[in-house]
Design a protein around this ligand. Structure first.
Ligand SMILES: [Zn+2]
Length: 359
């Protein structure tokens, strides 16, 4: 069935493209990376009124099961701001085809996130580092993504989306992402109307192909509790409130990402991360409150990891404190103006390695 003379992957790509032949409405831009089991194709939809919407169609190359699982999860989380959003095309050229028996098979249509991954950002900033205020923003966005997974938001009566907030009247879900790394976190756009994303673009979690409910409690390795949690007395910071094994997995995983970014590392094992975070001399400029939260998040005993409401409150405080200090200190690299220049240079304007990108 090779219509373009290429590989099986090229055949599949050709097949998807063949549904988007209305050149007045759609323009194919390029293939984009889309996780371990599939591929993505970037299109631009020219809408009436002159606006454009770019979107990615993701299809499984092998392992359709993962794509269907991911589609399921993205539908459950479709109102969460810090999770990649589904796009609903109207009309959708793929609809009405027999997806089970037809040649197309399952697919996901999602938004295109244009400003690259945390991995890209780590490379871009390797010479200049990441200011505490930026780290705190990123840590806060990642915490919001965890809240979105634990308490999937809905919509308000006026149709607006609910924020990702901890709802004490609900039990947190046990959904764990299980593939949280710097290439699965992507920057969207700056939103001048948003309190948390008016200077720094929102960060979103992508690629839920490995995600599942983690129901069984995490059993800590006692030797690590003895050598890490107990000497740091992490139990003293425990707060009341609900959590779940899935939340505890996610909290540790987001902290891994933030610690690696703070130390400008690409990879570190758990023992290395725990050694880094305890070695103050290795990163003396790191905000002490943020260091403490990172330390708690990677506790060996999951009960010593912070609850989501506690973590989000503490990180909001760090963001507020850094803003106040930055704006009140002449020449500070963390003033609003300095942050705007930093974000423009290292997030918004930076070249992105398109081959490694997800959608
Ligand atoms: Zn955010």
């Amino acid at each position: 069935m090779s219509l373009d003379g290429g590989s099986a992957l090229a055949d599949l790509q050709y097949e998807v493209k063949s549904y988007f032949t209305d050149s007045n409405r759609f323009e194919f831009e390029k293939p984009v990376g889309s996780g371990s089991y599939g591929f993505g194709l970037l299109f631009n939809e020219k809408k009436q009124g002159g606006t454009n919407q770019r979107f990615v169609i993701k299809r499984a190359f092998h392992g359709q099961h993962y794509l269907m699982q991911e589609s399921d999860i993205l539908h459950k989380l479709e109102h969460a701001d810090h999770i990649v959003n589904l796009v609903h095309l109207d009309p959708n050229p793929l609809e009405g085809n027999d997806l089970e028996e037809g040649i197309l098979g399952p697919y996901i249509i999602m938004e295109y996130l244009e400003n690259g991954t945390i991995n890209d950002f780590t490379f871009r900033t390797r010479r200049v580092g990441v200011p505490n205020r930026v780290l705190a923003w990123i840590f806060l966005c990642l915490t919001r993504a965890c809240i979105g997974m634990a308490y999937p938001p809905g919509v308000n009566p006026d149709g607006s989306r609910q924020e990702e907030v901890v709802d004490p009247s609900r039990k947190p879900s046990s959904l764990a992402h299980f593939d949280m790394h710097s290439s699965n976190l992507m920057f969207g756009s700056v939103d001048p109307s948003s309190r948390e994303h008016n200077l720094m673009p929102i960060l979103k979690l992508i690629d839920f192909g490995c995600s599942s409910e983690r129901e069984t409690p995490i059993l800590p390795i006692q030797g690590v509790v003895n050598s890490y949690d107990i000497p740091l007395n992490l139990a003293q910071y425990r707060t009341q409130g609900d959590t779940s094994p899935g939340v505890q997995v996610n909290i540790k995983d987001i902290a891994n990402v933030v610690i690696l970014l703070a130390w400008q590392r690409i990879f570190a094992s758990d023992p290395e991360l725990r050694a880094l975070i305890q070695n103050q001399a290795s990163n003396p400029g790191l905000d002490p409150e943020m260091r403490l939260q990172m330390m708690r998040c990677i506790a060996a005993d999951p009960e010593n990891r912070p609850k989501l409401d506690d973590l989000v409150t503490r990180l909001q405080q760090v963001v507020n404190d850094r803003r106040t200090a930055g704006n009140n200190t002449p020449g500070s690299p963390e003033s609003d103006a300095a942050m705007q220049r930093y974000v423009q240079r290292y997030v918004l304007n930076a070249p992105v390695n398109l081959d490694r990108r997800g959608g």
